[in-house]
Design a protein around this ligand. Structure first.
Ligand code: DX5
Ligand code: ZN
Length: 234
């Protein structure tokens, strides 16, 4: 069975209505998203604070699919058990979060959760090389982490391409996170990304009362990425 690299759209709830997370998650899933991306921020590793394991636990019953938890926290290891027990399907830690990323990835998998490695814009793709047998996903940040709605960093597209070469045919997803829109999605898909995180580009203009806008936005991003792949295939 070959590894499934179909384009997946993972809306980030950082851009959702914080007073209505359960309904928002149900709405984006009903409108066809593939994963739900949860941005955990501690105000230390990144200059913003969002939520922790209790919110993941509260979201779990409202997400039928994959709960993709992005840990923008340092230190990480002390919280892995809580996030795993809360129901995360994927836990992604930043290589920059501390000196023992190999042990962190071991611990994530030890909890029976898929392991992701995130690279900030200042970190080269090669940083993932020693860890490729420890991960199910590598997340390339295409913004400096901490906020939604930022400008896409075009400099990171080449990193996605390098990472795709490094990964080869290993069963590892390349996730891109930050500034993904229907305009930038084709760039990263053609470079080798298969999971596209999008916050503002999905939630903009919609609401739980107007979830159809979410569906339109999700399809626009996915279709733009898929078209680029078809074009690249010639
Ligand atoms: C940024 C987060 C991203 C962000 C994406 O630190 O990791 O997931 O929410 O938001 P947009 O798609 O609006 O850039
Ligand atoms: Zn994220």
């Amino acid at each position: 069975m070959s590894f499934d690299r179909r384009i997946r759209i993972a809306p980030s709830i950082l851009s959702a209505d914080f007073a209505n997370f359960g309904a928002e998650c149900r709405a984006i899933e009903a409108q066809g998203c593939d994963w739900v991306h949860v941005d955990v921020m501690d105000g230390h590793f990144v200059p913003n604070i969002t939520f922790g394991p209790a919110t993941v636990r509260a979201l779990r019953p409202h997400v039928g699919g994959t709960l993709d938890v992005h840990l923008m926290i340092a230190s990480v290891d002390a919280y892995l058990a809580d996030f795993a027990e809360a129901g995360a399907d994927i836990l992604t830690a930043h290589v920059e979060a501390g000196p023992h990323i190999h042990r962190t990835l071991q611990a994530i998998r030890g909890h029976g959760v898929r392991a992701g490695l995130a690279l900030n814009p200042g970190t080269p793709a090669e940083a993932a090389a020693p860890l490729l047998d420890m991960v199910d996903l590598v997340c390339v940040m295409t913004v400096n982490p901490g906020f939604g709605g930022q400008e896409f960093l075009h400099s990171q597209v080449e990193k996605v391409r390098s990472l795709r070469r490094l990964i080869g045919d290993r069963p590892i997803h390349i996730e891109v996170d930050g500034g993904v829109t229907r305009q930038t999605a084709p760039l990263v898909a053609a470079a080798g990304a298969d999971v596209l995180v999008a916050g503002s580009a999905v939630f903009k203009g919609g609401s739980v009362e107007r979830p159809d806008v979410y569906g339109t936005n999700i399809r626009a991003i996915r279709d733009a990425a898929t078209a680029a792949l078809a074009e690249a295939a010639g």
